[in-house]
Design a protein around this ligand. Structure first.
Ligand code: F0G
Length: 403
């Protein structure tokens, strides 16, 4: 693949693709991977649906990637949720079906492959949980040492369990995610450890493949693409994917990107509402959707660009709206998602209520993580099951006449 560079979105400077930098050394701007987009048709792609089917759009050299067969997740049609939200069609792109149960795996297969390509021996991230679960698994697969910095007491149990079992060195800090991220950025530079938070543009190259899959599965570009926003890497990556498919000639349209934040952690939505050009961080972000409990998202300039240039939408949803959507997704459609994922669906109902989407709208919601990630939230929302003696009569009484 030719002409692969890291390009600064702030000042336009370019750097070699093997430079270990996470922001522009000249102006501090965000970097993106730029390369010559192939002119290609869908027929020329080969392999099963999944990240590596799109190899011609993934500008790394390695012939053998570090992979767990990520991507290729289902796109479910959800007519009952569409009716509830009052839109024509609602689909869920179910990222919980990835190997470690979240969309992060798409990024980590690329990011860890790049780490190996660069000769790194150790990798690190800060995380609200899923990034650490995913990085730990891919680091194990590649034989790399993995350091994970977590906000103490604010990471869902399933995610913590994954990082521990995959052998990462887990460090909990008494602070929030934003503080943990600052620490790990300092650590990676000081100790020469490869950083795999979404400020690393290679990760976003993997995550953009979600857009490619949606186009293939739906047979077209959807009108809206609804995504929960935390550190804002995913919405940026997916937007890049849609743009690249258009540039390659595969698709003709672009979707309108809809960024949804939890009300207690919504600096990007506030900025867009105010029509401001600068983000004011939320110092103490709070939401039960711990995955997106982020007050100072590093990728905000990319997310703001995705929403503005796609003529997109942005809004917040409350924790109550998130829980209600999470239960409906599970009970009406049989799809188990974690709270942050439900924000994407809750946002659709709100947009339809506010007239930003119409009864004719078609929307794909990215449900980013699996229900099992956060069992404690489930118990706090659903309560514990009734406990009774092992007795048929007692069970029959509870079940009642079903004939
Ligand atoms: N949904 C889930 C389930 C997540 O874990 C995250 C982010 C997001 C949505 C938001 O994605 O940051 O790209 O805007 N989780 C990160 C982590 C921050 O550390 O696991 P984003």
């Amino acid at each position: 693949m030719s002409d692969v560079k890291l390009r600064c979105l702030g000042c336009g400077s370019t750097y070699g693709s093997d430079e270990v930098i996470y922001s522009c050394p000249k102006c501090g701007g965000l970097l993106e991977v730029s390369y010559e987009i192939p002119e290609i048709s869908l027929k020329e792609l080969s392999g099963a649906l999944g990240v590596w089917r799109y190899r011609s759009f993934l500008p790394i050299r390695s012939k053998v990637p570090v992979t767990l067969d990520e991507g290729g997740t289902p796109l479910y049609s959800c007519p009952k949720l569409a009716k509830w939200a009052r839109v024509k069609a609602l689909y869920i792109k179910y990222e919980g079906a990835n190997p470690t149960g979240s969309f992060k795996d798409r990024g980590m297969t690329l990011g860890v492959t790049k780490a190996v390509e660069l000769g790194s021996k150790a990798v690190a991230c800060a995380s609200t949980g899923n990034t650490s679960a995913s990085l730990s698994a891919y680091a194990a697969r590649a034989g790399l040492v993995c350091y994970v910095i977590l906000p103490a007491g604010k990471v869902a149990m399933g995610k913590l369990a994954q990082a521990l079992m995959h052998g990462a060195k887990v460090i909990s800090v008494k602070g929030n995610f934003d503080e943990a991220l600052n620490l790990v950025m300092g650590l990676s530079i000081k100790m020469g450890i490869y950083l795999l938070n979404s400020i690393n543009p290679w990760r976003l190259e993997g995550q953009k493949t979600l857009a490619f899959e949606v186009v293939e599965q739906l047979g077209r570009v959807p009108e809206f693409l609804s995504v929960p926003m935390g550190n804002c890497g995913n919405i940026s990556a997916i937007w890049k994917g849609f743009k690249e498919f258009k540039e390659s000639g595969i698709s003709e349209e672009l979707p309108r990107m809809y960024g949804v934040q939890a009300a207690g952690a919504s600096p990007v939505v506030k900025m867009l509402r105010d029509g401001s050009e600068k983000l004011t961080p939320v110092v103490q972000p709070e939401t039960l959707a711990t995955a997106i409990r982020i007050g100072n998202p590093v990728n905000w300039p990319k997310a703001v660009d995705a929403i503005r240039s796609s003529n997109g939408l942005f809004d917040t949803v409350t924790d109550e709206e998130i829980i209600s959507a999470q239960r409906l997704i599970a009970c009406l459609e049989g799809i188990g998602v974690e709270p942050a994922s439900a924000a994407a669906v809750a946002g659709v109902k709100k947009a339809a209520e506010n007239g930003k989407m119409s009864a004719d709208s078609e929307v794909v919601c990215v449900c980013t993580g699996h229900l099992l990630k956060d069992p404690e939230e489930v118990i706090s929302v659903c309560g514990r099951p009734v406990e009774i003696p092992a007795d048929l009569n007692r069970i029959s009484e509870i079940v009642g006449d079903q004939k």
